[in-house]
Design a protein around this ligand. Sequence first.
Ligand SMILES: [Zn+2]
Length: 410
Amino acid sequence: MKLDRLRQSFKELGAFTDKGEGINRLAYTETERRARQHMIRQFEQIGMTVRTDYAGNVIARRDGKQDELPVVATGSHIDSVYAAGEFDGTAGVLAALEVMRSLQEEGIETRHPIEVIIFACEESARFGASTLGSKAMSGRLDPAYTRSLTDKNGVTLMQAFEDNGLNLEEVHLAMRFQDEFKAFVELHIEQGPVLEKQGTAVGVVSAIAAPARYHVHVGGTADHSGTTPMDYRHDALLGGAEIALAVEQAALAELEYGTVGTVGVFSIQPGAMNVVPSAAELDVDIRGTDTESRQRVVTALEQAVSRIAEARGLDIWMDEISSEEPVQMDEDLVEELKAVCEERGITWLEMASGAGHDTMNMARFCPACMIFVPSKDGLSHNPAEYTSMEQLLTGAEVLRDLLLKQAVVC
Ligand SMILES: [Zn+2]
């Protein structure tokens, strides 16, 4: 594999961006469509057969000697958030392209076919819904839900599909079947600081954390800030603040399990300097890969809610926004990844992914795993996102070895 060629691939794909700071290549936009066309040409140039499915996923296939055997697949995404960096998603796609180019050059043949998949709409930035392409492929897309999606300019997902020559009514046809796949592996930047801090080359992902999300409404009483004595108040902000601290405390107690809790939204009513707050709205995100640990934090939140409501005379209720199950990676593939790293003398660390990825959906219907490469300062969804070409190439070597082991060189 070639470092300069990999660098050139990033340069070429990076040119497909809308105006603004960093990369702006939002899902199903004209710019992203042109980027996909560019990628299709790259795969076709090395003799791969490329098709776009009913969800807009690009599937580049390299035939196997026994082409009827299940596919060994890899892939990631090239859509981005607003003001994104250059590596989120693209790292996995361009590393896979470099692997495929090297196989082509070296005339390596495999028994199983290999596919590189560019998943459509991984980021929720445009339509508020993430991993649409892999959800469609794994049969997990709710049609009624997709019909309700709109971007901030009022463009419906239905319209965006049409702009791409797709029909949202046919998106279910993107679904594939378990027995079509032997394995799926995604290379991705870590988007966190651990690998860089530890000086480790590769993260072997053992599980992907999933969030349990809650909306908490705190109802108090609006009172005059000058005339209401302190012991007569039902201050909604203070109740909400105690809840936020309770989330932190409960998650800190689960540090060894890697469970995290965040109050990312906190607003108060009426929001006037001379009025005791009458209402507070909090959105709570609790994530982990250990379901029981995550549940303990949720339980602590529920207990805090009733304790604080009682103590402060507030009316507090919480609604579950969503609760997804954490996803475990395939144990055999995880072991194989470690073995590949050992063979090459590449340092590795078994770790969980705190962020969601297309692999979550693929893992629900075929054995799947992920390879992480370091992110400078842990930055992601940021123009300063950075992984060196050397670090990427090391990840690509691990990816290549795993693909070849799974697809069986002949
Ligand atoms: Zn990503």
